[in-house]
Each structure stands twice: as structure tokens, then as C-alpha cells.
Design a protein. Sequence first.
Lengths: 200, 393
Amino acid sequence: MVSIDLSWRSFVEKGDEPSFSIIYNNHVDDLYAYGVSLGFQKEICKDAIQDIFYKLYISRDNLHYIKNITAYIFKSFKHRLIDLSRKNIREETLDSVTESFTVQVTVLDNIIDSENAEILKKKVYSLLNGLTANQREVVYLKYMIGLEHKEIADILDIREESARKLLYRTMEKLRQQVSEEDFPEVLGVLFLLFLLHRFM
Amino acid sequence: MDNKNRLFQNDHNFLLAEDFIRWRLFRTKESDEYWNNFLIENPHLEKAFHEAIIQFNAVKINRDQLPDEDKKDVYRTVLLNIHRYKRRRLLRRIGSVAAVLVIGILSVLFFNRREDVRSDGSPKNEIIVGEALPVEEIYLIAGGERINIAHKSHIGLTGDGKALVTDSTDSRKELSLAAAELNKLIVPYGKRTSLTLPDGTEVWLNSGTQLDFPSKFMGSKREISVNGEIFINVAHNSKVPFVVRAHDMDIYVQGTSFNVSAYHDDSRKTVVLVKGKVKIETTDKHTTELLPNEKLEVTDNDITKESVNVSEYISWTKGILEFDETPVSEILKKIGRYYNVQFESIPEIKLNDKTCSGKLFLSNNLDSVMTSVSVLSSTVYQRENNIIHITKK
């Protein structure tokens, strides 16, 4: 993400369109994916992306202090999604809305052969599905977006202390799943591979 | 955990090792250290290990992508909106430049004409003209009856359909309010008053304000309507939310203090929050939340939120007008309402755009206030009966 930092610096100083478009293009897909995982419809995600980039541009003079623009953009995006969705829900509650986080695992198969890719994909999938929605969101923000614990806590709107506990629990859960479930299955797969090896 | 690893040692299939997967998905300092040590203890596996890391990077979570068409669409709209925003700002600046040009031309004409028509000898180089209008009284319409209220009185609702009016000399009067329909409190220009509602909510009404309110709050909501400017300190009641209806916005609160400026004849309406939290719903069903020290401004085609220094916006309740780089036209508009003086608003007059900063003590005497204004704005104030002239120094 080094090029993003440079583009951000340049954008903050000059407000030039090329830097702005680099920042946009670097985030738009991840933002969309994030919005969809949180359970929002395509149109709301598009509207939210549009709104936050507009706001980013016109308020850039106030944003000099931001070091990690990605964290800021993700946080703005999540808040905007919630604001937009509240327009449609005629409720008086001012509390947070989302309690879901879906995952779709893909494994690029030009790096691993497709057989192993399938196995790996299933493993990762089952690991993630054993977590809570919040924990999945945390893993996503950490693994795919590369945010730090503090930034993730900020986006989830929880105090750093609570974030630390959540992250710790996520870790523990992942660790537990290893010891509980798939051990025999793993052995089986290994044996199979061993056999395949023998015959090749 | 170690046992499992022994199993995979001879088979460089880290990608099948659950703890390896877990580590790559969710790295921590501890697990980083663990795997580092593992490498140190098993140097022969280093190549396979690093290869596995590269291969694991092929794992992606949530790779939904917006179609290119949509991505471009959104970006185009963002740029368009930015362009419009820049244009609005530019037009404002161009506006004042054009004003200067027009003044230049106008004053040339004006001077030329005066050369010819030197009639009564009185110096007619006035620029802004104002007229002090006849005094009007505050009145309350309650159940078909019209009751006069003295300037700067306080009206306290007792909750059983009656109100106690205390004026600035401390003399009291008891009134009966409407039984079923809403009461209407009308505060004309030049007057101010305050009101306490049956739940303890305090309302300060600025000049030129009408407030509609019930004699007592019943039902699941506490509701009032305003056309004008009020500062309100809502009594906290989490069971019965409070709604302030102001022309084309509804402000929802539980217990909080904020200022609403929503004059029907003003295209710009604002809400400034001092304490608490409010939710504002505008006619297009757009909802915005405000936090303390934030201001929401609603115009015909725009809703903006910004952080502000609240004292500027609520000082009127204490009889003080605070302004920060405010154009003279704005200051005169507020003073006009406060003292019931009608100022000409000719946009070409450059003097209107001159900005001033400062605090004005809004005394009962219009003259002393106008003199202060003239000092702050480097103008000359003259008054003859009810006509006011403001000229450049």
C-alpha cells in the first residue's frame, strides 16, 4: 500500500485528480466487497462509496493529520452505509445495525494447483464459519485490508480494550478449531497425498 | 500443536497444516515468533515454508467486485458533484466581484447626477437605509383568546392548562390555556420571550418567531412547531421523545440543548447542538445525527454539517450578538429582527459584504447598538426619527 500513501500525500497537498483517482481505484473494489459482506445491497454500497469520496475531496483540507487513509476510508464507508440504511428503516433506534458478516473464499489457482486449492479453500472456509460475525469482520479487515488492531477497533466502534479481547478470542477460537475438528480429516487427506506420491 | 507439526515435517505441505493456515489468516506477535523459531529449528524446511507463504497469498476473502461500468459511473458522479461544489464556491466569489464593478458604475452615475441635482443641500451620500418600524406586541393565542405578553417575559406552563406569566418587573399574571387545540405564541420583530413547558423544557424565543405548543403533553411524543428561532433545553425523558417541527425539518431528541433557526422567509435553516444528541429528518426523508458543537445547515438543495463554536449561535439568549467574519448584511438582518428595523437589502451595495467580528451587547436602546455596529464596521450611523442611514467612513 506504499503507493497509496504517496498518492494520499500528494492529494492532500494538491487535490489533483490523478492522485484522487488512484486512491479511488485502489479502494473501490474492497469497499464494495466489504459493504456486501456486511449485508448491504449493491445500490447502497455504490451510494456510500460515492458519498464518501465526494466528502473526502471537499474536506481534504481538514484531513492533513490522517496517516492511514485506508483505515479512514473504511470507517467513513461503514458509517455512511449505516446512515444510508437508516433512511429506509423507520425506526427510532440509534444503535448499530449490522450483525452479519458473510465470507466467500477464493483461491487463485494459478499459484496452487486446483486440487490443493480446493482443499485449502474448504479448510479456510470452515475455519471462518466457526467464528462469530464480528470475528470474521476482524479477520477480513486484518487479512485482506491490512489494518491494525487499533484501526479495526475504531471501525467496529469498540474500545481498544474490547478490541483486544475480541481479537484474542478470535485467535483462541481459530486455535481451538484446530484441536477439535479436522484432525482425523487432515490425517486422511495426508494419507491420500502420500499414496498419490507413491504412485507418481 | 507441536505434535501435528512433526507430522508435516517430512511433507512440505504447510498448506494443509491448520495452525499454519490460522497463522496466515490472523497473524499475531506470538504466532509470528512461534513460526520463526520453528524455522530456526528446521532450516531444511525453509524453502518449502516460504513457498507455502507465497502460495497461501492466493487465498482471498470476499473478492466481490463492482463491474467496471459501475465503478466508472460512481467515479464520474463524484467528479461531477465536486465540480458543482467548486462552481458554487466560485460563483459566490464572483458575485462580490461583480458587485464591486456594479458599484463602480453606479457611483459614477450617482455622482454625475448629483452634480446636477443639488437640491436641499443635505448630504445625500447614504448607502444603507433602514426604517424603524412601529412597535408590535408579543401575544399568545390560547383557545380563541388573544392575550398580550410583555417584552422579555417568562411564561411558565403549570401542566394543568394554566400558565404563569412573569414580566421583567417581576409582576405575575395567570392565564388559562387552550384545552384541546394548540396554543400559539407570536413574538414579533423587536421582541423576545421565554417559555417553560409542562415537562420542564425551557424555550427561548427570538424576534420574529411563532411557536405552536400544547397546554400539556399527552401521548407517546412531546411535539412543538416553530417558525423562527428558538434555543431549547429539552427536559430529559427517555420514554417520551421530543420532536421540534420546523418547516421542512423535524428534530428528534430525548434530552438536550440546541438552537434552531428556521425562519420561513430565510432559505437557510440551521440547527446547532450544544449538548446531547439529536436526529434531524428533512423533507426528502434524509436523516442526520448531530453531536455537540455541530451545526446542520439546510438550504433548498443542500444539507451540510460542520463543527462550530456554539456560543456564536446561542449568545442571543443572553442578549449578546456574537459574530465571526460575518458580513454586515447578516448583522443588519439580525439587528433588524431584534429591533424591528427594516434595512434595505440592495445586493449591489458593497458595504453589505464587509465582514466584521465581535460581540454586541443588545441593549434596549437601538441607537447604542447601532453606534456599536458602526464602530465595529467602520461606518457612520445616523438616525432621523425612524429613518436610519449607514454610510462608509
